[in-house]
Ligand binder design. Structure first.
Ligand code: AMP
Length: 278
């Protein structure tokens, strides 16, 4: 694996790269969820480029930028072992020089769910993803369904702004007990991790109730809420049942497909998860 630290060095290599080029971006704290994106990219791309950058602009002032559990050496080794060809680790000063003054901002879709709790978060995401697409110029870019809203926001940006890149969505990778893999799981104590199992349990129960015919949105949302409430360490930020594209909340009767998603705090740790009801 070639490790690059400047945009110029990537540009020099880029002219000779064999396409299709598949891009797998991460903030760091690499785990099997990220590596599953590499596996997907390898299925249909000749060159796999990964991007490792802890983007400060997508973290709010009271969020965990400074403690984010990313270990560069370990991340490099995991990406290398999984078959990434080129890893770009840009420097913050090159990405955001002192005169940087542009924001890529989408509309309503970024104000809902995570956006309502983390003002400016998606502006940070769409700005860095735009820069990353312009720098890497991939044919395909791989994103996880675990971050369902982020995926929809990026798909919408690509469509609205005609980025010449295909967005490939990849299923959520979970531990054997159902907990969705996340870099932030490293923050959890043993007791907190045990409580966190109620997230998937709640989503799973709600999906089962939907599959056995329940179509009332409030009842389905409530199945999740009741399950999570059994866990004393968890504060619910939201449990949402929304249209999977617009992310507008469903009231009354569910007409599938619908996105059942949630965000919670366990102590200081922010976790999200979701399932699709089809
Ligand atoms: P992050 O480093 O958290 O920004 O994640 C980088 C990419 O990995 C994003 O597209 C995430 O959606 C994806 N990802 C994170 N966790 C998982 C998971 N458990 N399963 C699948 N993809 C994931």
């Amino acid at each position: 694996m070639e490790i690059l630290r400047t945009i110029e060095s990537y540009r020099e290599l880029y002219v000779d790269l064999q396409g299709p080029i598949g891009l797998v971006p991460t903030l760091g704290g690499v785990h099997e969820g990220h590596l599953s994106l590499v596996d997907e990219a390898k299925k249909d791309c000749k060159t796999i480029v990964s991007w490792l950058f802890l983007n400060p602009k997508q973290f709010g002032p009271n969020e965990d930028l400074n403690s984010y559990p990313a270990e560069e050496k370990e991340d490099i080794s995991l990406l290398d072992q999984r078959g990434v060809d080129i890893l770009l680790i840009p420097k913050t000063i090159d990405i955001y020089p002192s005169d940087f003054d542009t924001v890529v901002k989408l509309g309503k879709i970024t104000e809902l769910l995570e956006g309502s709790r983390r003002p400016g978060h998606f502006d940070g995401v769409t700005t860095i993803v735009s820069k990353m697409f312009n720098i890497i110029q991939p044919d395909r870019a791989y994103f996880g369904e675990k971050d369902a809203q982020q995926l929809r926001v990026i798909q919408k940006m690509v469509k609205d702004l005609n980025f010449p890149v295909e967005i490939i969505s990849c299923p959520t990778v979970r531990d054997n007990d159902g907990l969705a893999l996340s870099s932030r799981n490293k923050y959890l104590s043993i007791v907190e991790r045990n409580d966190a199992l109620s997230l998937y349990q709640g989503l799973h129960n709600a999906k089962a109730s939907f599959e056995s015919g329940e179509r009332n949105a409030d009842i389905v949302r409530n199945v999740v809420i009741q399950e999570i409430k059994k866990s004393p360490l968890i504060t619910i930020d939201y449990v949402s049942l929304s249209d999977p594209l617009s992310l507008v909340e469903i009231s009354g009767k569910i007409t599938p497909p619908a996105l059942l998603s949630l965000a919670v705090h366990i102590g200081k740790t922010h976790l999200i998860d979701n399932v699709l009801l089809e």
